[in-house]
Structure formats: structure tokens, C-alpha cells
Ligand binder design. Structure first.
Ligand code: AMP
Length: 351
């Protein structure tokens, strides 16, 4: 384990896959004085070429080319540190990611706990989160439920069910669209009525502190568009909403809710240390719904940077309370790497 502190130095290059939040991550790296490299699919080259803070575009046909040993060696020679995000998780199997020899920022072992619904539930329960009821069998669906796929799908393919029949109808549709092969791939959760909120944190093992760097809500198609159609027309159209994330809105919470927000994140960071060492160095997101009593019900977490942080490239109201300079999540990652290199503590933040 100690080896990484010896090999990672300030000449290392911050790198990520060209998608999701790569612009923010590399802009932040540049602001912190690092060289940057984007792993870029050929089809997106002309887009990413526009951004001057990207020093090197490493062109590949497909993100999965990272599994090619020659490419891996080339990237190791270029001394990159890979910043994981949702696209990395959705393009690779966990076993593949765990075997990549390129240093990955954060705890790559915890990504499995994000992708696997059973592990995810365990971590949320052990962190004392209120979580929605999990429905194990389709014939137990009695109230409104949301049916989800495993992994980081960005809400794609989710559907609502209120009894066994509606579950089967939704499932048939996903099989027809070749999104899933069988209903075993689905996960049923009680639908929580309220407002969805995404809490963006950074945990620093160097100063042992959780920082709240931003809050957002998502703009999802077509669930957020359905309200634009009057109810009497909605009924006639027999609409089935989907939850595909298209963008994000910034948000602030009532200040009286913030204390609980910090304790949730602190509990979570502590539990990860026990269940998945070394814990959660770096960004994570707690995702849930505030119900009408102001109680937060957590339906998910992300164990890495989320795309909602793209809102705050120039800082957020919350990062502004902590830093006297624009501090995006991407920049915060590079600040931590820079500090860890200086203190010879890279092993605590890279796996
Ligand atoms: P996810 O990809 O799991 O973060 O969820 C995508 C979207 O589905 C969220 O932004 C929410 O709008 C909605 N959602 C997920 N789980 C629930 C839940 N248990 N109750 C209500 N809405 C949910």
C-alpha cells in the first residue's frame, strides 16, 4: 500500500474520461497547477478540443480501450491519476475497474457498494439513514413504488408501479427495449412523496472533515415535463414517466436543516471506514427526498463525484462559506491530491 506515496508526485497528470463532469474536473486541476489529460473518444474530439485547460487529449475509439494492456502501459508512462465519475462506473464492470493498475483517486473498492443494491442498502442502514421500504417480491407491491435498474443509469429505465400488473407491464416494456433481460435485474423501492434533493460532500482524510460543497436537484425527462400537460389530457394519454437526467438546478436548504445534513454525512464517512477501508476519501453524494414533515429519506448515495456538481464550477453558496475563492468539487479533488503529495500521504486518497 505504501508504494503509491513513493511513486505519485507533483508531476502526475490529472485525468478522467471525457464525459459527465470532465470539464469541471480538469478545469479544477488546472487551477491547482496540475497538467491535465482527457481520455477522449474519437467522436467527441472536436468538442473537447475547444477547452484550453486540457493539455493533452488522449484519443481512443472507445472508453473500454482502457482495458487494453498497451494503452494502460502508455497511460502509466504518462503518470496519470484517474478521477472516477458516473461514466467510468457505467462503462466497466466492477471487477474490471478493481484490476486497472492506473492509480484511481478515492476508494475504488467502494464503487462496488454504490453499484450493488444490497451492499448499498447495508451501508445506508448502518449509517442510520431513513431509507424507503424495499419491496422484495412483485406481489408485495401495495403502494406506489419506483422500479430501478442496478448501477449508475442516471435514472434511465426507471418506472412507477402500484401493483403486480403495473410492475409486469413496465418490466415487459424494458425487456422489449432490450434494456434488461429479466425482471430479476430490477429493484423495487417505495416511492417517497416530497422533494428530491442531492447533497454534495467532500471528505478529506487529511484534515478528517466533511465539507458540504453544494446542493442540487435534477431536471429529469420526462417526469419534469409531465406537469406542463393539464391533468385531464394526461389521463387520456396514458403517460409512463421516465427519470432520465437532463440537467440540474442549484438549491439551498432551510438553514435549520443543515445540522442534520452534516451529521448524516459524518455518520456515512465513519461507517465507510469500518465497512470498506480506507473509507470515502473525496466526493460523495447523499440523495433523497424531504417529505412534508421535513424528514429526509435517503434513496441512494453516490460514492464519487456526481454531475450535479457541474453547477458550481465557480463555487456554490456552501463552498463560499468554507473557501475565500471559487471552489468546485473538481478543484477540491486536485487540492486534496496536491496536499497529500506535499504531506507524503497519497496512500490515504488514491487506490
Ligand atoms: P436515482 O438515479 O436513483 O438517483 O433516481 C432518479 C430519480 O428518481 C430521482 O431524481 C428522483 O426523482 C426519483 N427517485 C428515486 N428514488 C425515489 C424514491 N424512493 N422515491 C421518490 N422518488 C425517487
Amino acid at each position: 500500500m505504501k508504494i503509491l506515496s513513493k511513486v505519485i508526485d507533483k508531476d502526475h497528470v490529472i485525468s478522467t474520461l471525457g464525459s459527465h463532469c470532465s470539464l469541471q474536473v480538469l478545469k479544477g486541476a488546472k487551477d491547482e497547477g496540475f497538467k491535465t489529460l482527457l481520455l477522449c473518444e474519437k467522436k467527441r474530439e472536436s468538442f473537447y478540443k475547444r477547452f484550453k485547460f486540457i493539455d493533452d487529449l488522449f484519443i481512443i475509439d472507445n472508453f473500454r480501450d482502457l482495458l487494453n494492456k498497451n494503452i494502460e502501459t502508455e497511460l502509466l508512462d504518462k503518470k496519470i491519476i484517474l478521477i472516477p465519475h458516473g461514466t467510468l462506473i457505467s462503462n466497466f464492470k466492477l471487477e474490471e475497474l478493481e484490476k486497472i493498475n492506473i492509480p484511481i483517486f478515492g476508494n475504488k473498492w467502494i464503487l462496488r457498494w454504490e453499484a450493488d443494491r444490497t451492499l448499498k442498502q447495508k451501508l445506508m442502514t448502518e449509517s442510520n439513514f431513513n431509507t424507503p421500504l424495499q419491496i422484495n417480491k412483485k406481489n408485495e407491491i401495495k403502494n406506489l413504488c419506483i422500479v430501478k435498474l442496478h448501477g449508475a443509469a442516471g435514472g434511465k429505465g426507471y418506472f412507477l408501479a402500484w401493483n403486480e400488473q403495473s410492475f409486469e407491464d413496465g418490466c415487459k416494456e424494458l425487456i422489449k427495449q432490450k434494456v434488461i433481460k429479466s425482471e430479476k435485474e430490477l429493484y423495487i423501492q417505495e416511492y417517497v412523496l416530497g422533494v428530491p434533493i442531492f447533497l454534495q460532500f467532500f471528505y478529506s482524510p487529511l484534515n478528517k472533515e466533511v465539507e458540504l460543497l453544494g446542493i442540487d436537484r435534477r431536471y429529469e425527462s420526462d417526469i419534469d415535463g409531465i406537469g406542463r400537460i393539464p391533468a385531464h389530457i394526461q389521463i387520456k394519454l396514458d403517460l409512463d414517466p421516465s427519470y432520465n437526467v437532463i440537467g440540474n438546478f442549484p438549491l439551498v436548504l432551510r438553514e435549520s436543516l443543515l445540522q442534520e445534513v452534516f451529521s448524516m454525512a459524518e455518520n456515512f464517512a465513519e461507517k465507510t471506514k469500518q465497512l470498506v477501508p480506507p473509507g470515502i476519501p473525496g466526493p460523495f453524494c447523499i440523495e433523497g427526498v424531504y417529505d412534508k414533515n421535513g424528514t429526509f429519506v435517503t434513496f441512494e448515495f453516490s460514492a464519487r463525484i456526481v454531475a450535479g456538481t457541474n453547477l458550481f464550477i465557480n463555487g456554490s453558496p456552501y463552498s463560499d462559506l468554507l473557501y475565500n475563492e471559487p471552489m468546485s468539487m473538481g478543484r477540491r479533488i486536485s487540492r486534496e491530491i496536491k496536499q497529500a503529495i506535499k504531506l507524503n500521504r497519497v496512500d490515504e486518497i488514491v487506490t
